[in-house]
Design a protein around this ligand. Structure first.
Ligand SMILES: [Fe+2]
Ligand SMILES: [Fe+2]
Length: 315
């Protein structure tokens, strides 16, 4: 499809990146830059949408009206995030239909974290604290990503993610001030989610071959290991304030590095989950497929309505 790009176009693209300006949808861009963005934004959009499932699981069993209202608002925010990101992806010339198709057939991925089950209400708090917390670490630098529509979507998403993180932390704090049984629920939940949360930053830098190119293009602003370190350093004092123990015997402050040393997640488990063999992969996709099929009549009606409107306008 592409012929050799005009040197002037390449030069303009490179100069835009060098000035830390945004690349916009109508600007010329290398095909590999476009493909990398589509892959990353799609994976991000799918994560928002699939990510509604583990918490949605608790909507009908929230312990109070207040908790239900908070959880409902949070899950709806995630739907909105998915939609902004699918729209950003469409500006690169890939339709939402195509992206959904690729998700359902396993050709595009979503974050490994959403393949873990939610077993107690404490998980709603832990997901907010650790999973949305990790998402914030990943996403704040993306507000400065080089592709305009993606960066602008991230600004709004990050504001909502910080509400998600706080509601989770506040829920855990309330439980920690409750009964022994509630405190045990929180600790058990943190034990299950800590390592999968560390995996959210992706494999170690040495095993992440695309990072260098993505950084050169200004799509990524920090490496996986840098972000993981930042997340650990941020979470340790929060865990202390909460009164929970992070399940890592190697976790300790390193005076020399002015950062925490910590253990490695089980990378074999990570690879298995990414491959589709996590605890809930099949269930998540099956649920998404059913929702997609159930929505077929809405898409058909909207398409028919749009066609009729267009017909009326042209008369
Ligand atoms: Fe989100
Ligand atoms: Fe969130």
């Amino acid at each position: 499809m592409t012929t050799v790009a005009e040197p002037a176009l390449v030069e303009h693209f490179e100069a835009t990146l060098a000035r830390h300006d945004r690349i916009e949808p109508r600007d010329w861009m290398p095909e590999a830059y476009r493909a990398t963005l589509v892959r990353q934004i799609a994976q991000h959009a799918h994560s928002e949408i699939i990510g509604m499932q583990p918490e949605g699981n608790w909507l009908t069993r929230a312990p109070s009206l207040r908790r239900k209202a908070i959880l409902l608002a949070k899950v709806q925010d995630e739907a909105g995030h998915g939609l902004y990101l699918y729209s950003a992806c469409e500006t690169l010339g890939t339709s939402r239909r195509e992206l959904t198709e690729k998700l359902l057939t396993g050709r595009q991925k979503y974050s490994s974290i959403f393949n873990y089950p939610t077993l107690s209400y404490a998980d709603v708090g832990t997901i907010g604290w650790l999973v949305d917390g990790a998402a914030i670490c990943n996403q704040v630098p993306l507000c400065r990503t080089s592709y305009g529509p993606y960066g602008r979507a991230m600004i709004r998403i990050c504001k909502e993610e910080s509400f998600h993180q706080r509601q989770g932390y506040e829920l855990l704090l309330t439980m920690m001030r409750g009964t022994d049984e509630q405190r045990a629920m929180v600790q058990e939940s943190v034990d299950r989610f800590w390592w999968p949360a560390l995996m959210m930053f992706g494999p170690p830098d040495a095993d992440s071959p695309n990072t260098g190119q993505s950084m050169a293009w200004g799509i990524k602003r920090n490496t996986n290991d840098e972000l993981r370190q930042k997340f650990v350093d941020m979470s340790v004092p929060q865990a202390e304030a909460l009164g929970v123990t992070l399940p890592d015997p190697d976790l300790r402050w390193n005076e020399e590095r002015q950062a925490h040393d910590f253990g490695q997640p089980d990378w074999d488990e990570f690879r298995a989950v990414v491959r589709g063999d996590g605890p809930c992969n099949a269930q998540r996709i099956e649920h998404r497929r059913r929702a997609h099929d159930d929505g077929a009549w809405v898409r058909a009606a909207a398409t028919a309505f749009a066609a009729r409107q267009a017909g009326e306008e042209s008369r």
